[in-house]
Design a protein around this ligand. Structure first.
Ligand code: G4P
Length: 289
């Protein structure tokens, strides 16, 4: 789902989340494991206020496990438990309930002390578009329920989905907007498919991706596309473009006269990257900050 975010949409989205927050005990913040900070809403702490919260690093199947472990430590340093998951296949999804219970344990204990039977924990999933909110809701529900969440400004009756007997999940997630001001963030979002490539120039997104991969995943790049010569100077844009051209030639992205069609080559690069054809690749590390 692509949403063009304008200030009015952001205000509405924020208000919708604030309304939902009144009903819930625990927030499940969904981030993209390949770009955890770039896929995070810039105002999330302010919007969620003090609600007990866990972070899920989704699409871990596509992310570099070594870098994801660094991110888990990064969030732990901030007092946030981060759990890598793969909502599409369901990997680690069973860990969510015990974590939600741990976050809500103080309340459950106080209810038990008062002789009250604790009710199911009420949870809400929040995250930017395409991070996998609907996929996770369906996975937790054990069936296909959610469409693609509600759009800002479109109100809909809230319904609870039972996750076993101990957790109730709101059927519509809270949709947050990404951070746009930073060009690097935009490029990372586009490279992973969080925002559609039409917003940014395809060749710019591919250029950024190739440069990052030359730096961190050179072998994967060489193996996938059979590139003989790798750049020795990352600050030389011509060397990065040469890699893009080599990929274009290898994959038949040629226009008449034998020149490489850079747009086609860019599309091939981005599609392969997003689909995990180059292996598990993260496009952001805690040390980038
Ligand atoms: P949203 O509600 O947050 O907007 O996201 P949604 O669940 O619709 O998921 C967006 C895309 O991400 C979907 O791909 C979905 O299958 C994929 N996805 C979700 N979780 C995971 C995961 O853990 N691993 C992988 N590899 N993919 C995941 P799609 O249907 O192909 O949509 P699109 O990519 O064509 O937009």
């Amino acid at each position: 789902m692509t949403i063009q975010w304008f200030p009015g949409h952001m205000t509405k989205a924020r208000r919708q989340i604030e309304d939902k927050l009144k009903l819930i005990d625990v927030v499940i913040e969904l981030l993209d494991a390949r770009i955890p900070l770039s896929s995070r809403n810039p105002m999330v702490d302010e919007i969620l206020k003090g609600k007990p919260r866990m972070v899920l690093l989704n699409k871990h199947d596509l992310a570099d496990p070594v870098v994801t472990a660094e991110w888990v430590r990064y969030f732990a340093d901030q007092g946030l438990q981060a759990l890598p998951i793969d909502a599409a296949s369901g990997t680690q999804v069973k860990e969510i309930l015990p974590r939600a219970k741990a976050l809500w344990a103080h309340k459950i204990e106080s209810q038990l002390r008062k002789g009250i039977n604790p009710r199911a924990i009420r949870a809400l999933i929040v995250g930017i578009p395409n991070v996998g909110k609907s996929t996770l809701i369906n996975q937790l529900a054990g069936k296909k329920i959610a469409a693609t969440g509600d759009k800002p400004g479109v109100t809909k009756g809230q319904q609870w989905i039972k996750v076993g007997t101990e957790m109730d999940l709101l059927d519509t997630p809270g949709i947050l907007w990404p951070k746009f001001e930073d060009q690097m963030v935009g490029l990372r979002l586009a490279a992973t498919g969080a925002i559609k490539e039409e917003i940014l120039h395809l060749d710019e997104v591919a250029f950024f991706s190739i440069k990052y991969m030359v730096q961190h995943y050179g072998t994967a790049l060489q193996e996938r596309f059979g590139i003989a010569e790798m750049p020795d100077d990352l600050d030389d844009p011509n060397q990065i473009v040469s890699v893009m051209e080599a990929i274009g030639r290898k994959r038949g992205a040629i226009v008449s006269g034998g020149k490489v069609d850079l747009d086609k080559a860019s599309l091939i690069i981005i599609r392969d990257l997003r689909a995990g054809k180059l292996g598990r690749i993260s496009l952001e590390k805690p040390t980038d900050y």
